[in-house]
Design a protein around this ligand. Structure first.
Ligand SMILES: Nc1ncnc2c1ncn2[C@@H]1O[C@H](COP(=O)(O)OP(=O)(O)OP(=O)(O)O)[C@@H](O)[C@H]1O
Ligand SMILES: [Mg+2]
Length: 438
């Protein structure tokens, strides 16, 4: 039987997911997941699909999610499909699913497989069946151009939760959830701006929170506005691939063709490197032929050789781990070295924080416009904002923080619970909703 009094929050993130339970006395418990010998509250939002050759002739598709998915993928001799950033496809009407082992898989079903694993694991830890949750959603989904696109994405996300065994799902904006987490630390009311920078999206909420607001009851006027833009950490990674990795694999290299020098390899091949899980799409005979002939004619054949090895050995996941690693380092230091050594590919390239910031200039500008637009439409001057709370993994990027430091001053910026503030706040919100209903 379902226990109706529990309050569960689920943050299904583009890169990491978390589940939280509000225990009723204001405390929140986070589900934890084993990863590389440690327990962490973040469950990597990846799905691994493999084909089981059962004794019967029917071949079954078996899936693993989160850390188990990564582990299995890395140790499998014959690789199945590792998929990540599924959330980024929700708004796309053209992407209904993908073909896996010759069978069509709906996006909602793939997401449901992940959510089901997350649910089961949380049920074991919390000791209660979970059929109802408050679930986060970005203000603006990746790729969404209109409010209808966002509605469409929410509808599909709801469907995925239903397939995963949920009976009721209440959605809440992710930055609003983070606001409730921040609010729990307050002993007075504040007008706050939340910035949540994840893997897929950057989201903002401007609202009044605090013990006084809670006591008198929230009103619609407490929320001044939300805004969002469909880019964040994944977009930064793509820039690093384009500007740093792809050139080392020949994207700027030329090849002799009759009497002319032409690009050795067509640009679309490198475009597929920018989203690492597309790399496996390059394992076709057509691409193999193109690259073989490019290697013969190229002025820098060793770069094309490295690209061929990367594709043949299916090192997309490992490559992107290295990309993220160097990005993390640049959040701490001004210079770093991109290092990738796997199979027969060995790359070492120095990089500075300034390089990185130059490459992501356009993304930073889009984020700035989103923040300024929110202040403008709500008519709030930065000096009236008491505090800015920055959260989400990409809030570690110094250039992202700088957007707020220049507008609000360092002294008004707080940050923390980068990977858990959304799930934590969703559980608090779920508890509030239950309380109001009772
Ligand atoms: N130290 C760091 N420096 C820079 N980026 C980081 C750092 N740590 C994590 N990230 C990036 O943060 C992102 C993941 O953050 P988070 O877990 O908050 O996202 P998410 O909730 O899964 O995504 P979304 O909210 O967009 O759905 C990834 O792009 C990751 O590379
Ligand atoms: Mg998030």
């Amino acid at each position: 039987m379902q226990n109706a009094s529990y309050a569960v929050g689920i943050d299904f993130g583009t890169t990491n997911s978390s589940v939280a339970l509000a225990t009723g006395d204001g405390r929140v418990e986070l589900a934890s997941f084993p990863f590389r010998g440690e327990e962490t509250p973040s469950f990597r939002s990846v799905l691994y699909l493999e084909q089981l050759h059962a004794a019967s002739s029917a071949r079954r598709i078996h899936s693993l999610a989160g850390p188990a998915a990564i582990h299995r993928y890395l140790e499998a001799e014959e690789k199945g499909r590792l998929i990540q950033s599924l959330k980024s496809h929700l708004s796309s009407r053209s992407l209904t699913g993908t073909e896996i082992f010759g069978r069509r898989q709906k996006l909602e079903d793939l997401i449901a497989r992940m959510i089901k694993d997350l649910r089961k694991s949380a049920e074991e830890q919390f000791g209660t069946p979970i059929h109802r949750a408050t679930v986060g959603r970005p203000v603006r989904f990746v790729g969404a151009d209109t409010p209808e696109d966002d509605d469409f994405a929410v509808m599909r996300l709801r469907e995925a939760f239903m397939i995963a065994g949920f009976e009721r799902v209440d959605f809440e904006f992710e930055p609003m959830a983070a606001a409730y987490t921040y609010e729990a630390t307050l002993d007075h009311d504040e007008l706050i701006l939340i910035g949540d920078f994840g893997g897929g999206t950057s989201d903002f909420s401007l609202l009044r929170v605090g013990p006084g607001v809670r006591r008198r009851g929230r009103t619609p006027q407490d929320l001044l506005g939300n805004s969002g833009v469909g880019l964040a950490g994944d977009a930064f990674d793509a820039r690093i691939v384009r500007k740093l990795v792809s050139p080392a694999l020949g994207s700027n290299s030329e090849a002799r063709s009759l009497n002319k020098l032409l690009p050795a390899v067509p640009a679309w091949i490198y475009a597929n490197l920018e989203r690492w899980h597309y790399l496996s799409f390059l394992r076709t005979n057509n691409v193999r032929e193109i690259l073989k002939s490019a290697r013969i004619r190229a002025l820098e054949p060793e770069k094309i050789e490295a690209l061929i090895a990367l594709i043949d050995e299916d090192l997309g996941f490992q490559l992107h781990q290295a990309v993220q690693q160097v990005k993390f380092e640049l959040s701490r230091t001004h210079t770093a070295e991109f290092r990738f050594r796997d199979g027969s590919v060995d790359l070492r390239i120095p990089i500075t924080r300034t390089d990185f910031e130059t490459w992501i200039t356009e993304d930073l500008r889009a984020i700035e416009q989103c923040v300024d637009g929110l202040l403008e439409t709500t008519g709030i001057h930065p000096r009236h904002v008491d505090r800015v709370f920055l959260t989400g993994g990409s809030s570690f990027v110094p250039a992202v923080r700088r957007i707020f430091a220049t507008r609000f001053g360092e002294e008004r910026i707080s940050s923390g619970n980068e990977f858990t503030s959304v799930a934590h706040g969703l559980a608090l919100r779920a508890a509030e909703t239950l309380h109001q209903a009772s």
